[in-house]
Design a protein around this ligand. Structure first.
Ligand SMILES: Nc1ncnc2c1ncn2[C@@H]1O[C@H](COP(=O)(O)OP(=O)(O)OP(=O)(O)O)[C@@H](O)[C@H]1O
Length: 226
């Protein structure tokens, strides 16, 4: 579903190039869930942006659903993103001028893959029934993130990329939102790559890798990570 082959990435800084990924290999299969941990600044968001084709590697290849997105131009990468990916970030990135229902439909419409029965099921499962005509600012933080998750999953993407999706929520709400996200991922059969600092968030996922000094290694999430 997602593959990194010897991916390197460095940023130019006033002190010279900062190497963030130093030949990263990664393979995520269809339906697999993977947590990506690592110290602040270790390059987790960089890796996620490369996976989404939002940024390009300096060397190596990123393959999404078997296709090397890193060798496509931006319009082609954007098309591939729409067809294959859902994205959820710590900030919800909802469209303030659109209603709850229109936010929920947005990605599916852009991808030409709106399914009214699935949209209706999402409204119920996200706990947004009765709130469809509200605007994002009229929702709680947990409701906004549930909406962002629903928007990402409405087109039934093959892969969900999530960057600290519960990082902005209090502990109880974070737990509920995470349970919902995992249940929807399981039921839709999509693959999941989730960046998190939290061992509790990483624990229910099938696999965990830690990024350190530009490389990935298998990791067992534990309270020592917190
Ligand atoms: N556009 C950029 N230009 C220069 N340096 C950058 C740029 N983006 C990120 N960096 C640096 O690259 C390193 C990795 O950043 P990244 O955001 O990927 O880390 P992270 O593991 O996601 O961090 P956090 O957990 O704090 O969000 C950091 O040292 C950061 O300062």
């Amino acid at each position: 579903m997602l593959e990194f082959r010897r991916v390197t990435k460095a940023y130019a800084t006033p002190q010279g190039p900062l190497e963030v990924l130093a030949g990263v290999d990664l393979a995520l299969s269809a339906g697999e869930s993977l947590a990506l941990m690592g110290e602040s600044g270790s390059g987790k968001s960089t890796l996620l942006h490369l996976a989404a084709g939002l940024d390009l590697p300096d060397r190596g290849e990123v393959l999404l659903a078997g296709q090397a997105i890193s060798s496509l131009d931006e319009p082609a990468r954007a098309g591939r993103r729409r067809e294959t990916l859902g994205l959820v970030f710590q900030q919800f990135h909802l469209v303030p001028s659109l209603s709850v229902l229109d936010n929920l439909r947005l990605q599916a419409r852009l991808a030409g893959r709106e399914r009214p029965d699935w949209t209706a099921e999402l409204v119920e499962r996200l706990g947004l029934a009765g709130l469809e005509r509200r605007y994002p600012e009229q929702l709680s933080g947990g409701q906004q993130q549930r909406l962002a998750i629903g928007r990402a999953l409405a087109p039934r993407p093959a892969l969900l990329l999530a960057d600290e999706p519960t990082g902005n929520l209090d502990e109880a709400t974070a737990g509920e939102v995470l349970d919902l996200l995992l249940a929807l991922v399981r039921d839709t059969g999509c693959s999941l790559l989730m960046v998190t600092h939290s061992p509790r968030v990483a624990a229910p996922l099938q696999r965990c890798l830690k990024l350190s000094r530009g490389r990935l290694a298998p990791h067992h999430p534990s309270e020592r990570d917190a």
